[in-house]
Design a protein around this ligand. Structure first.
Ligand code: SF4
Length: 301
């Protein structure tokens, strides 16, 4: 508490284990580089300060027109890539440093184990993780929200009206083999998964559901509860970060005043004079030191 204002931090805010490990690995590669360029297969994290540091170390983004030679290194980020993309990168003949988060690998293995079935992947269609995961089976439909899932189930009903599982057996034995499986993006909204499960039951859609939301994501989303009685909340994270956007939307859905900032300067510029209790939460791409600086800045305002 400072100047009559209380500032609290949501538990489990900031860098997750997967991102922290990726950043550490990449900095290690940069420090031990002897020759060649280091290319990043997309932004390592959606955080300006971290990216500036990487650019300052001479790293660059891999682009369509990048000229890659044998002595170069390509970094695969925590979101992972598809097997096809990996083959493409390997064809450059350079070193590949794979920073794919083990929890994203686990989702890929779940897809591979179910690739004979019809897979519904819940997540953001344009997100790099989903793009990569889609490469593990030719039988994936991505649903980005509940309406799309409902539409998919209805379409299946219409097209497969003779299918015993769907139309005749309204209460399928949970042990019986399902033709459909539902798998989640690691950073999916936990409420979306709950609603998807209810929808499947309501529509008698016998899909087997794999809860592949990662523990770090669950902890960040559940940690928002601590901010419920704040006058305002500040969500910290890159504007392109899917998990940060979900935190922002979840707080906004309560009807609370919520600000979204990427870094310390934006947080310092906020007009917070009328708020007595302020909560701070951060996505998985925000370094803990940046978060602490923002906490200190807001506390002293
Ligand atoms: S959000 Fe979860 S799956 Fe993604 S990098 Fe972090 S720990 Fe891994």
């Amino acid at each position: 508490m400072s100047g009559g204002r209380e500032v609290i931090m949501a538990p489990a805010s900031g860098f997750c284990g997967g991102v922290a490990a990726a950043v550490k690995k990449v900095l290690n590669v940069a420090q031990n580089r002897q020759c060649g360029h280091i290319f990043l297969e997309g932004e390592l994290v959606h955080n300006g300060a971290v990216n500036e540091r990487l650019w300052a170390l001479g790293m660059r983004l891999l682009r369509r027109d990048s000229v890659v030679c044998g002595g170069d290194t390509i970094i695969v980020r925590a979101h992972g890539i598809s097997p096809g993309r990996r083959l493409y990168l390997e064809n450059f003949g350079c070193k590949i440093v794979d920073c794919t988060c083990p929890l994203v690998r686990r989702i890929a293995r779940t897809i591979e184990a179910n690739k004979c079935k019809k897979i519904i992947l819940l997540g953001d269609r344009d997100h790099a993780e989903i793009e990569g995961l889609c490469g593990y089976s030719g039988n994936i439909c991505v649903c980005g929200n509940l309406a799309e899932l409902a539409q998919y189930i209805d379409a299946v009903r219409y097209n497969y009206k003779d299918n015993v599982n769907i139309c005749k057996n309204k209460n399928p034995d949970p042990g019986e083999t399902c033709d459909w499986v539902i798998i989640c993006q690691s950073t999916l909204d936990i409420d979306f998964l709950k609603a998807a499960s209810i929808l499947c039951k309501k529509k008698h859609f016998p899909a087997k559901i794999f809860d592949t939301i990662c523990p770090a994501t669950k902890a960040r989303q559940l940690g928002l509860e601590a901010l419920k009685n704040c006058d305002a909340a500040i969500v910290v994270g890159g504007f392109h970060s899917a998990n940060t956007r979900r935190l922002f939307e979840k707080i906004g859905a309560w009807g609370s005043r919520v600000f979204w900032v990427e870094g310390v300067a934006q947080a310092a510029a906020l007009d917070l004079a009328s708020y007595k209790k302020i909560g701070i939460a951060a996505g998985a791409s925000t370094p803990r030191d940046v978060l602490q600086q923002i906490f200190d800045e807001i506390s002293k305002k």
